[in-house]
Each structure stands twice: as C-alpha cells, then as structure tokens.
Design a protein around this ligand. Structure first.
Ligand code: JCF
Length: 669
C-alpha cells in the first residue's frame, strides 16, 4: 500500500510538472504520449484506490456535478478597476501626478503589460493549495467559479516551491486565444449550436458554465498580474519582483511584461505593443502601467475604486457598432460585382469608417446584411474594415434581404453568375463605364504604366466627360484638355501631361500587365514577356504556344488568346503603339543593358546638360524607377543646381547623392 501511495505521489508530481512546463512555460519536457501514459496510470491507481484521491490531484481538475447557480464570494481585498486613458497627454498627467504626490524629482519606474480583453479573477491558495477562485463581480463580491477555474491547465492546483504565504490570493485575467476561439466556434457551428461574438464573450461564457465538464473543453488560459489578500507572509520591494515570485510558484505571467522608466518609456511601450497588437495571439484593449516600487504604491494609495499608482492606456477599439445605410454594388475592372455596406460613419481601429466590403454574393447572404441593420464593424491593424455580423435582434421590421441585381447598376447590361462561382459579373465589358474606369485605374497604376498623378478622381472625370473611352485615349490628352477638369490647375495639368508622356517609355512586361488581361498578374506578364519577347509574337500565338511558357496553364492561355481575338482590344493596342508607347526589345541589347534595374531615383535641382524629362526618360530606359520623395528606399538622389529640401533629407537618411557626371557614368555613357 505504501508503494502505491508513493507511486501516486510521484505521478501527481510528474503530471503537475509537465502541466507547468506545457501550459505555463510553453516548453514541454516530454512528448504528449508519455504524458498520456502517466495520466492513464494515475487514473487507474486512483480508480483502484479511491481513498487515495485528493482535491489537488491532476485527475480532479474536472470534478463535481453541474451546479444550479454560483455561490457568492466576498473578496477579502476589493478587486479594483483601473482608470482609463486614451491620449498620450493623459499619461503625461498621470506621471506628473505620481511624481508630485511622491514629491520626487527623478523618473519613476513602471511595470508595463498588455491589458488582455478577458475577465479578472482572484484565486485563493491556502498552504499552497487552490481553495477558491472567484470572478471580479462588482469588485466587492464575485461568483465562486472554483470548479471551472480548476479545469484550466495553466492554473496550478498546488503552488510549487517554497516561501509562499500561508494564504495568497493571486489575481489574473482569464482569456481565450484567437485560434482557440475560432476552433471552438467552428466546432459549435458544426454541431448547430450558438457561436460567440468575440473571444471575451466566449471566455466569459465558458467561465460561467454551470457544468465544469463543458468549461474543461473550452480553450481558456490565464495570465496572473498581481495579488489580493495575503496572510502569513508579506511582499516588499517591487511589483516586478512580486511577479517573479508568482512565476516561481508556477503562476503564469505575460511574456510581454517590461519595466520602463518615466513617461517616455511608457509611451514607447505603448507604441511597441500597439504595433505588435495585430500579431499577438489574443485580443488586448490597451496596456497597463503600474508604479513598480511597492513602497511608492503604498504612499500613493487609492481614489474611490481605482489605485493612484496604476492606469490603463487604451487602444482604439477594433470593433464598434453602427448601422447600415444601404448595400450597394461596386463593379470592378473585370465586371465583378462586389456588395459594399455604406455605413453610418463610425470611429473604429483609429479611423472613421463609412464603407465595409461584403466581398461577394455568398458572403453577403451568409451574413445577411440588410439596409437598416445594426452591425458590428471590425478594423484590426491595417486590414480593410469588415462587417463581423448583424445584430439580428435589432433589425427593423421592414428590412428586406439584399438581392443580386439582374442588370448592372452602372450600365444596365445583364449580370451573369457562373454556376459554382462566388462572383457575379456585369457582361457589359468596355461598354460599362465602371469597368472602363477600373481598367484605366489599373492601366495607370504604379506597377503598370506608372502614370503619376492620374488618380481615381481624375479618371472618373475623364470617363464621365467623355474625354477618355479607353487607354489609348489617354495619349491624346494634353495640358490644355486636362486643365478643363475640375480642381485641375494649369500647373498640375502640365505635370500630368508630362507624366503621361513619360509613361510611354516602359517595358513589355509592364505593358502586358497594364492591359488587364484576366488572370494575367505581374508575374505572368513577366513570364509572357520574356518568353515571347515581342508583342507581335504573343499576339500571333495560339493557346498551345502560350502554354509553352513555364507555369502557364489553360486558364491563362485561354484568357490571353481570347483577349487578342477581340477586335476592340486589337484596335486599342494598335492605337497605343501608334501613340509612341515603346519598350526595349526583350533580351535585346537595350534590355541586357539595364544598369539601373531595381534602383530608385529622386531628382532635385537643375542638371547642367540634361533636362528633367530627359533624365527621367534615361532612368526608366535603364530599368530604374522614379520617386517624388526621399525615403530609406531611395537608392540615389540625383542633384543639380539649386537643390531643394530633398537634398537635406538625403543627407539625413544617408542616401547617396550623385551629380550628372556620376549619373552618366552609371548609365555607361
Ligand atoms: O490584463 C488585464 N486586463 C489587467 C487588468 C491587467 C492588470 O495588470 C490589471 C487589471 C486590472 C486591475 N491590474 C489591476 C490592478
């Protein structure tokens, strides 16, 4: 019997250690199979000897029957909330108040951590054993969720090591990772059960489950961030040391915790975590700063329900609610109809959002977004805003489902949806002004013909006024015609005319990409250009010949052949070439001789012998790129007489500055 008792003890210790290594340190010591064997052996021994089962046994994480309701627990020390701040200025004031109260001249050390979007809990350990775990509740009394908290593998049932107080209340935030949340929702959906809106709600739902067996299946985690009641022991020194002690006893703390000095340190921490926010595996809504010295914390004390020694510096919310004014259809370059929700403007993720894409018909119907609906909008990082879901409970009674129009809302042509495809398309082709505008925007874009200054608004005007029908018409424009457009001064008009002129010097790959042949992206355009070497050769090729190009299959070859079979396209091509668009012969002397390939130039001042347009044309011909402003990505600044501020900027950023002689040497002239 003693040997069974001993074996049970050894197994429990080993399993608790492996749980700690796996769930707290993220650094497992043994493979899962070994862990499973130990757990199975312990379960078998406990089944055979029920008298040996104890509450802190790892087999007892899930215990008991579902309860009818949660018992109320009074917190021995109130669970405080934190003051919130949004602006840097609030943090400057916070730091000033701290220093004034402490009557110190120097800088204050702060402990900084991300503020998790979860639920605060307090876990009371007596003689190292987990006794009670409670939610924050109203701060004075919460709910006893011990049975549920015990199911979290990152919650130790027993503290490790020595030196912990006889009674220790560890406080932390229970949360769900985004991955865990998505996996759980997918499972719920597959079973036809109700899903959760966000990880925070899912975590709250899981923690307040009356049946701990359900909680055990939910991917909950915890980071501890401080302490509440302490008896039979005390803490002195620093908050950062306190956290290190918690870690030593097996209580997991955030790996993002840093010590920072003074307000400058706080703000740089805020920026750092703000940048990392989109890539963190869980949602956070800000960062928390705490005065690190426990003596200073004591001297500062509390106001009402929040400490004077801590503050939450919040990020702009990534999700907000607003209403849908209408759902409209946008027609893209290839005629694809995209439903877009026009919104009551809402500030979310740091910007004001008034449109959100619904991607395609299927997505629109899946989310069932209707005019008048209240919706949750999400904008995380730089990701385009999207409609997360509709709050169906708030739907006005007269809101009717959006249907795919039978006719294109821009040109009235038939809309066709190919069976099995998500996209519906306008069949109007270049008859459709929307498709024409989008094609022109693509043609002029940076990676295509790179016509600087030919933006969306100008293209809209050019098409609407009838000045431009297709890409070739762009080359019939001059400064005088451009100056007739709204908000177009003479100077901008002649600048734009020069940019259009300059774009005639291009490469075959850019030109092919600019044509907007369906399924021909940049990489395919390059492959086609280097295989066929001339426009004529490509135009004369049949599908089999096109498929000789590496990585090109029937989808692309069909698109290419169909494009060149269309007489309207051939006509535009002919007019483009007639307008003077040219490129170095691929694989010919010019192309091989591209000494500036991959280099970006910025011009400033007047060169002794070369006009600006001349210099720009030479850079393009030699494979180089032009930019209007100096950045770290600029390869060279070509400077002449009376240079502007671009020269200073180049010096600042250590960008090499060259003159005309050096430039000509680079061109091997
Ligand atoms: O991560 C959190 N949500 C969080 C909440 C972190 C902290 O350090 C906190 C907190 C609430 C209160 N500290 C206090 C004092």
């Amino acid at each position: 019997m003693t040997s069974v008792r001993e074996r049970v003890r050894v197994l429990r210790e080993a399993i608790a250690r492996h749980d700690y290594r796996y769930y707290v340190l993220n650094d497992p010591e043994v493979p899962d199979a070994e862990y499973d064997r130990l757990a199975a052996e312990l379960r078998a021994l406990e089944a055979a000897h029920p008298e040996l089962v104890t509450a802190d046994s790892p087999t007892q994480r899930v215990s008991g029957e579902p309860s009818r309701e949660f018992r109320e627990v009074e917190h021995r020390v109130p669970m405080l909330s934190l003051d919130n701040a949004f602006a840097d200025e609030d943090i400057v004031n916070f730091d000033r108040r701290v220093r004034e109260r402490l009557e110190i001249d120097g800088e204050v050390d702060y402990n900084c951590e991300p503020k998790l979007d979860g639920l605060a809990v307090g876990l009371v350990y007596e003689d190292g054993e987990l006794r009670v775990g409670a939610t924050r509740g109203d701060g004075l009394r919460g709910e006893d969720v011990t049975a549920n908290l015990r199911t979290l593998k990152s919650v130790p049932l027993r503290l490790q090591g020595k030196g912990y107080p006889r009674l220790l209340e560890a406080r932390g935030e229970v949360f769900m990772t985004l991955k865990g949340f998505e996996r759980m929702n997918a499972e719920l959906e597959a079973r036809g059960e109700k899903t959760f809106v966000n990880p925070r709600n899912a975590a709250a739902g899981a923690l307040r489950q009356l049946d701990p067996r359900i909680t055990a299946t939910r991917p909950l985690e915890i980071y501890f961030y401080g302490i509440g009641a302490v008896e039979g022991g005390s803490f002195a020194g620093r908050h950062s040391e306190l956290l290190a002690m918690l870690r030593g006893w097996g209580l997991r703390t955030s790996p993002e915790i840093r010590l920072e000095r003074g307000v400058a340190g706080l703000l740089s921490y805020y920026r750092l975590i703000g940048e990392r926010r989109p890539s963190l595996p869980y949602q956070i809504d800000g960062v928390v700063y705490k005065v690190d010295s426990l003596t200073q914390q004591r001297d500062l004390g509390f106001v009402a329900r929040a400490p004077r020694w801590a503050i939450a510096h919040k990020f702009p919310a990534e999700e907000e609610m607003t209403t849908v004014r209408s759902v409209e259809w946008q027609v893209g370059r290839t005629g694809a109809l995209t439903p877009v929700a026009r919104l009551e403007p809402v500030f979310v993720g740091g910007v004001t959002v008034s449109n959100a894409t619904l991607h395609n018909v299927d997505e629109l119907h899946r989310k069932d977004v209707r005019a008048g609906d209240s919706v949750i909008i999400r904008r995380a990082g730089d990701v385009i805003p999207e409609v997360v879901r509709v709050i169906v409970e708030r739907r006005p009674p007269d809101a009717s489902p959006v249907v795919l129009p039978a006719k294109c809302p821009v040109c009235g042509s038939d809309v066709r949806r190919i069976e099995g495809e998500a996209v519906a398309r306008c069949t109007g082709g270049l008859v459709c002004p929307a498709q024409r505008k989008e094609s022109l925007k693509h043609f002029a874009s940076r990676r295509a013909m790179d016509i600087e200054g030919l933006g969306d608004k100008i293209i809209d005007q050019l098409v609407d006024s009838g000045l431009v029908h297709d890409a070739a018409d762009l080359y019939g424009l001059d400064a005088a015609k451009l100056a007739t457009l709204e908000r177009m001064g003479e100077k901008s008009a002649s600048k734009l005319a020069a940019a259009i002129e300059m774009s005639k010097q291009t490469t075959l790959a850019r030109f092919l990409f600019a044509l907007g042949i369906p399924n021909v992206g940049e990489a395919t355009a390059i492959a086609l250009a280097s295989h066929f070497r001339s426009l004529e050769a490509l135009q004369g090729a049949d599908a089999d010949r096109v498929e000789e190009v590496p990585d090109i299959g029937p989808v692309v070859s069909t698109a290419v052949v169909e494009f060149f079979a269309e007489s309207k396209n051939v006509d535009v091509l002919r007019r483009l070439v007639a307008a003077g668009i040219q490129w170095p012969v691929v694989g010919g002397a010019d192309e091989v001789n591209q000494p500036l390939l991959g280099k970006t130039f910025v011009l400033t001042g007047t060169l002794p012998n070369l006009s600006r347009t001349d210099a720009e044309a030479r850079i393009r011909r030699a494979g180089g790129k032009l930019s209007g402003s100096v950045s770290k990505k600029t390869s060279y600044v070509l400077a002449g007489e009376n240079p502007g501020s671009k020269l200073e900027k180049a010096r600042e950023l250590n960008v090499p500055i060259i003159d005309e002689v050096e430039f000509k040497a680079m061109l091997r002239e």
